[in-house]
Design a protein around this ligand. Structure first.
Ligand SMILES: Nc1ncnc2c1ncn2[C@@H]1O[C@H](COP(=O)(O)OP(=O)(O)OP(=O)(O)O)[C@@H](O)[C@H]1O
Ligand SMILES: [Zn+2]
Ligand SMILES: [Zn+2]
Length: 894
């Protein structure tokens, strides 16, 4: 981490000089950047955490940039002084640039980005306190520099008001001469006025107490005792001991309770019988996992070895796409790429789509690297996030595994960023702003830190495929010339975000503060050139075959009298699986309230005549006439009673959840034991791990679940995957439906046959002829991509255009519609710049949580820059009850 600028010192003269600093303040409603003066000997760098006066308050602030001259439009006496540095180099210079870039690109105020990056409550943990001025025995954190300019008399120059007097008395009574402002406010009526008076008289001062070291937390641990088992253990107690033994003999109490679904009374019973010891242990509140047995590097397959070799030959920023089929051992490549980095004192960041996926992956990393692995995701408690964050700042080389917000993890000396399952849409934040994509942010971060970005997937996103595969080596040569200018002293943090704009000479010269954010966002749609590398693992480890996929036409099942959700094939396969004592996974696609409508007899799906997407079943409220609506263009029609194509009455909106399937399963296969794995059953902390552990231990035959199942589960004994209906995926009202369907189906199918026994997939659908289904069946990723890209290019969808989604929400249906229409009008002249506008249209689910939603979708051309009206200007057009979110590169258009 190099310090880019050190204003405030003058080395030659060795005399500190006055400088100015621009800061962001953490205070509700305070938008924008404020300038403060720095009096010697105070030295501040961008990214420092400061305490500044703001109105009548003392607030936390973050230094953004130092100035040698005060801004011309500010009078000297208007500028107030920085009070103190609370923590210096809170953010490194490159980290700052990253945050700025995110704010610019995603049209979000910088402070909002800072809030995403920081663990929750970090700034608000800083506590405002009030102290007597001139007392010797106060805390030393804040130097009494302002005391010199104030009278040190302890008697007031004039009679005090009762409130002021009361405050003073309280403070004098305190041993340290200070109190939290909150406490004083509670104790004294009219405290605010009283404080104002005392501050004016120089008798007391405000200060901000920086986040203090949190008291170590104690937690109960359960340890197995090696004593002979008494005769009176219940089967339940024996079971618990077995679990504990399997987990290495020691677990946190809460984890054991979760894992065994038992009560602490049962555990206390075991403790009384001398079988376990329950005692408090000190913990750093990083998420701890069960002890995992240590593991050594596997000897690589030739493909893995080749990939690793190329990875290790890289230096500096390179975007790498690792396309490896399911079960090809991508994780092993990540592990072996990271090992030497740690030895060189570098850190690595590993981003994964969802928490459900982390336990197994985390265990693999822990098994290899022990407690140099930290887990960081939003499901951690505030305390855990806070501690993990501080742990990252300590400078030790480490590995952070986390979900999208971990892309902001403040790791020292980053040597590699990995995005596993890079195609996964949960890397994109839909709400609230900034609506960032972790892959995009990771790309900038890798560029700023000059390290490789490794994108791994069995089914890469079309964006990554086109970016990394679709362009030849010429790009790579160009790049080399672009580097070498980083890390130099004196470089302004703001200048690097625009590296890729260098070809745009006129615009590149413009200063960051002068370029409207929206303009910036759109400039970046021009494909930048960058170093890239494509790596491939075309087969599974040990040359295990990919599982054969049998496609079952559910229309035929119906015609032949089978009305069950299980086809005859699947039924037989389930029976055979149970006989062989193997395990299986049943996948159900389920999402939200709205869904497409299809014919169970002929497979017909209603699509929009204008937009080529399936129309969604629309229920604004229960009594309303059911409508089908295209949420792109707002075309709508009544829901037909019979199939428009074959007149069958088996025409209804689709959707059966995991619960119904699990019930049907128990009815039809009473001896199959199943575990539900969906958002309902995995809500509690640690539930993913617990359920997967049960399943892995053979406590059930079938895992029934949703999309979550598709992600990274690696269980060798799973030999059967049943996909109950692929159709929910095929007909999502979205231009990405096919891509997502291909990815999800391929990933789910890839969960079986990963061990010694071969796997088998049964895919049930009403549209067996769909191109996606065919491609999935033939494991034909590249062919699918070629077809899909052609389609996208014809319809001007990404990656051949950039999308911007404007989302309006309000409790008033009238206001939200008006706002959308007004903004649409304001956007009308974008057409001249080649922008296509779709909408305004109500969102598929018009009313969610008592708010009405409308949207406008913009399709921007890639080959020319577009200037959008400024976000603030658009917000002015909306009534105050309407919120407008600008989603750049949206993934979910619903
Ligand atoms: N070189 C190797 N030798 C032996 N086993 C290996 C090797 N590499 C990986 N494996 C094992 O193969 C299995 C699959 O590997 P891994 O989970 O990394 O695949 P993947 O490519 O990430 O698959 P997916 O994309 O389906 O999640 C794992 O159990 C892993 O331990
Ligand atoms: Zn339409
Ligand atoms: Zn029909």
């Amino acid at each position: 981490m190099s310090v880019l600028a050190e204003p405030g010192t003058n080395d030659q003269a060795n005399v500190p000089m006055t400088t100015w600093v621009e800061v962001l303040v953490d205070c509700p409603g305070a938008q924008g950047i404020f300038t403060y003066r720095l009096l010697p000997p105070l030295i501040v760098q961008p990214g420092d955490l400061l305490s500044v006066p703001f109105g009548m308050q003392q607030v936390g602030a973050i230094a953004i940039r130092c100035l040698e001259q005060p801004p011309a439009d500010l009078e000297a006496k208007q500028i107030r002084d920085v009070d103190a540095t609370l923590q210096s180099r809170f953010f490194s210079a490159t980290y700052w640039q990253l945050l700025n870039r995110v704010a610019d690109y995603y049209c979000t105020p910088l402070m909002q980005v800072v809030r995403v990056a920081l663990p929750p409550g970090l700034l608000s943990r800083s506590q405002r306190r009030v102290r007597l001025v001139g007392r010797k025995d106060q805390g030393e954190r804040i130097k009494d520099k302002d005391a010199t300019s104030l009278s040190l008399t302890s008697s007031p120059p004039h009679p005090l008001t009762p409130a002021a007097q009361q405050l003073l008395t309280l403070l004098h009574a305190s041993k340290t001469g200070d109190y939290s402002w909150q406490y004083l406010q509670r104790q004294c009526q009219g405290a605010y006025r009283g404080l104002q008076e005392l501050v004016k008289d120089g008798l007391v001062a405000n200060y901000l107490e920086p986040p203090t070291t949190v008291r170590p937390k104690q937690r109960l641990a359960v340890t197995l005792v090696a004593s002979p088992a008494p005769f009176d253990l219940t089967p339940r107690q024996q079971e618990i001991l077995a679990v504990l033994r399997r987990q290495g003999g020691e677990l946190w109490l809460t984890d054991l309770l979760q894992l065994c679904q038992t009560s602490s009374t049962t555990l206390k019973g075991l403790a009384q019988k001398g079988q376990v010891v329950i005692q408090p242990r000190e913990v750093l509140r990083r998420e701890g996992g069960p002890t995992v047995t240590a593991d050594v590097a596997k000897s690589l397959t030739p493909d893995q070895a080749a990939a690793l070799e190329q990875l290790q030959a890289l230096s500096g920023f390179t975007q790498v796409l690792l396309h490896g089929v399911t079960g090809s051992g991508k994780t092993e490549v990540y592990l072996q790429a990271i090992a030497p980095l740690l030895q060189q004192g570098q850190s690595a960041l590993v981003l994964v789509p969802e928490i459900g996926l982390t336990p197994q992956l985390t265990d693999r990393f822990r098994a290899r690297f022990g407690d140099r692995v930290c887990v960081y995701h939003s499901a951690l408690s505030e305390g855990e996030r806070y501690d993990t964050w501080r742990q990252m700042l300590n400078g030790e080389a480490q590995i952070v595994i986390g979900t999208r917000s971990a892309v902001f993890a403040p790791l020292p000396r980053l040597g590699l960023i990995v995005l596993d399952e890079e195609h996964d849409s949960s890397f994109k934040q839909d709400q609230p702003a900034p609506c960032y994509h972790a892959r995009t942010v990771a790309e900038w971060r890798a560029e700023l830190e000059q390290c490789p970005l490794l994108l791994g997937s069995a089914t890469p996103s079309l964006e990554s495929w086109v970016r990394i595969r679709g362009q030849g080596a010429e790009g790579r040569r160009e790049e080399r010339g672009e580097r070498g200018e980083r890390g130099e002293r004196g470089e302004e943090p703001e200048s690097t975000p625009h590296l890729e704009l260098k070809t745009q000479s006129s615009l590149a010269k413009r200063h960051v503060h002068k370029v409207a954010p929206s303009e910036l966002a759109l400039l970046k749609t021009l494909p930048p050139s960058f170093p890239r590398l494509f790596l491939s693992l075309p087969s599974r480890v040990y040359d295990r075959p990919l599982p054969p996929i049998e496609v079952v036409d559910m229309r035929q099942e119906l015609h032949q009298g089978n009305r069950s959700v299980f086809s005859r094939s699947l039924r037989l396969a389930l029976i055979a699986m149970k006989e062989r004592q193997q395990q299986g996974i049943l996948f159900i696609h389920r999402r939200g309230h709205s869904t497409f409508v299809s014919c169970r007899s002929c497979g017909y799906v209603v699509t929009c005549p204008n937009c080529d997407v399936s129309m969604a079943y629309h229920h604004s409220h229960t009594e309303a006439t059911p409508l089908l609506r295209c949420h792109y263009c707002n075309y709508n029609r009544l829901l037909p009673n019979d199939c428009p194509s074959c007149q069958s009455t088996y025409f209804k909106h689709f959707g059966s959840g995991t619960q119904q399937i699990a019930q049907a399963l128990t009815q039809q296969f009473p001896d199959l034991r199943s575990i539900r794995f969906d958002s309902d059953t995995t809500r509690t902390k640690g539930a993913h791990r617990a359920l997967l552990t049960h399943f892995a231990a053979g406590e059930a035959d079938i895992l029934v679940g949703t999309q979550m199942l598709a992600k990274g589960i690696d269980l060798p004994q799973v030999t059967l995957v049943g996909i109950l209906s692929a159709d929910g995926l095929l007909h999502m009202a979205d231009y990405r439906a096919s891509e997502r369907a291909f990815q999800t189906l391929t990933q789910v199918a890839g969960r079986c046959g990963r061990g010694d026994d071969p796997g088998r997939v049964i895919l049930q659908t009403y549209s067996p002829e769909a191109a996606v289904i065919q491609a999935v069946q033939q494991h034909a990723y590249e062919r699918f991509v070629d077809d899909e890209l052609q389609h996208r290019s014809q319809l001007h969808y990404p990656p051949y255009s950039r999308l911007v989604l404007l989302r309006f929400a309000s409790t008033s249906p009238v206001a939200v519609q008006q706002a959308a229409e007004r903004v649409a009008l304001a956007l009308a002249d974008l057409e001249a710049q080649g922008v296509e506008r779709l909408g305004p249209a109500p969102a598929t689910i018009l009313r969610v949580a008592r708010r009405y939603h409308w949207q406008i979708l913009l399709k921007l051309p890639l080959d020319q820059p577009v200037t959008l009206p400024d976000a603030t200007a658009l917000r002015v057009l909306c009534a105050s009850s309407v919120s407008l979110t600008i989603d750049i590169d949206p993934l979910h258009l619903l």
